[in-house]
Design a protein around this ligand. Structure first.
Ligand code: KG4
Length: 336
């Protein structure tokens, strides 16, 4: 349908986001109300606090997204909303709001998988992009290697068995007394440090699967910090940050490239909040160049949680014939 306008809603974690997207790829507005300052004092996202903030601001974010796009409610052809995975209470706010809107406007409703949204953010940035491809999705809650054979066909080839990559960054940042969310602080400190200073473990590197594990690395860094404290050895924060970051990135890049090679995939996508990491972006880009693969990464506002990616994914789901009913419900975890 030409000129089709999708209103996307995303409330799976600590961002209330609403976006209007035309024909699945052209972003008319992309509004985000972030709650990060509210959660910072707790050192992480507090689910109950998150749902309350979503409830308080979702209406205003919808109004702003409409105003910014120059459209009115009458112009909306479809509602797309994240229904999982994520924090159930947070998701529920978006799902209830999206359902009510679709019902009142008498337009179709599509519940969207959050990870599918992250992957589809690349289609907004690169309108010419077509599957098949391999996507590495790395965020505070997810670490997934996904093969997209064609629209609507996803296969998870690898995922974390414990902590997500972003979660590891956040926990190590806290242990080093840096801020929340941790990724940007570690990234910054790492620029001043030596990545070879401390040899932290790279888990599951030699095994013949593409799963990840970051909890052993996290424990190794915590043990290192404790033993320095006990022996009264001064800790170099930049060196720990650089060595930790290098350990995470080495594993992510090596597994992604091995997977792409084994699967015969020549397009590699990166997305999710951790895609902001400078070493990860550069290393994956470099590895792709060396191995003749094409590398795609969306601009930062499309990598972190946003609703444009949800509208984009909802549009493609609609084109494939999928529709959600009024029984659409929020789900903490769902298969892709
Ligand atoms: O996708 P995202 O915005 O949201 C959720 O996962 O909900 O990702 C946030 C995650 C956090 O864990 C944050 O520490 C991480 O992305 N992150 C980074 C960087 N910037 C954000 N991790 C590593 N390096 C960065 N520069």
């Amino acid at each position: 349908p030409k000129g089709w306008i999708t209103l996307g809603i995303e409330t799976s974690c600590d961002e209330t986001a609403v976006s209007l997207v035309q024909d699945g790829r052209k972003v008319l507005s992309n509004m985000i109300a972030s709650q990060i300052p509210e959660h910072r004092k707790f050192g992480g996202v507090v689910p109950e606090v998150a749902s309350r903030y979503h409830l308080e601001c979702i209406h205003q974010v919808v109004e702003e997204a409409l105003t910014k796009s120059g459209k009115t409610l009458k112009d909306i052809h479809q509602i797309a909303v994240t229904y999982g995975p994520g924090l159930v209470g947070a998701l529920l706010v978006g799902v209830a709001y999206g359902k009510a809107m679709a019902y009142a406007l008498e337009v179709p409703l599509n519940g969207v998988h959050h990870i599918e949204g992250h992957l589809q953010a690349n289609f907004i940035q690169y309108p010419e992009l077509e599957p098949p491809l391999l996507a590495l999705i790395v965020s505070g809650g997810h670490t997934h290697l996904i093969k997209m054979e064609t629209y609507g066909h996803y296969e998870i080839l690898g995922k974390t068995r414990d902590d997500a990559a972003g979660e590891a960054f956040d926990k190590i940042s806290r242990a080093l007394g840096l801020g929340y969310p941790g990724g940007p602080f570690i990234d910054e400190q790492a620029q001043k440090g030596n990545p070879e200073a401390i040899l932290f473990p790279r888990a599951l590197m030699e095994e013949d699967h593409y799963d990840f594990s970051f909890s052993g690395l996290k424990s190794a860094v915590l043990n290192y910090l404790n033993s320095c404290r006990m022996k009264n050895i001064e800790v170099s924060i930049p060196d720990v940050a650089a060595s930790f970051q290098k350990a995470v990135v080495d594993v992510l890049v090596k597994k992604t490239m091995a997977c792409a090679k084994d699967q015969g995939l020549s397009q590699i996508l990166l997305s999710g909040g951790v895609a902001a990491n400078s070493l990860l972006r550069n290393s994956l880009q470099e590895a792709c160049k060396l191995q003749g693969k094409t590398f795609y990464v969306p601009e930062m506002s499309l990598c972190t949680d946003n609703a444009a990616m949800i509208a984009c994914a909802g549009y493609h789901d609609y084109c494939l014939g999928y529709r959600s009913g009024w029984d659409l419900n929020a789900k903490a975890s769902i298969p892709i």
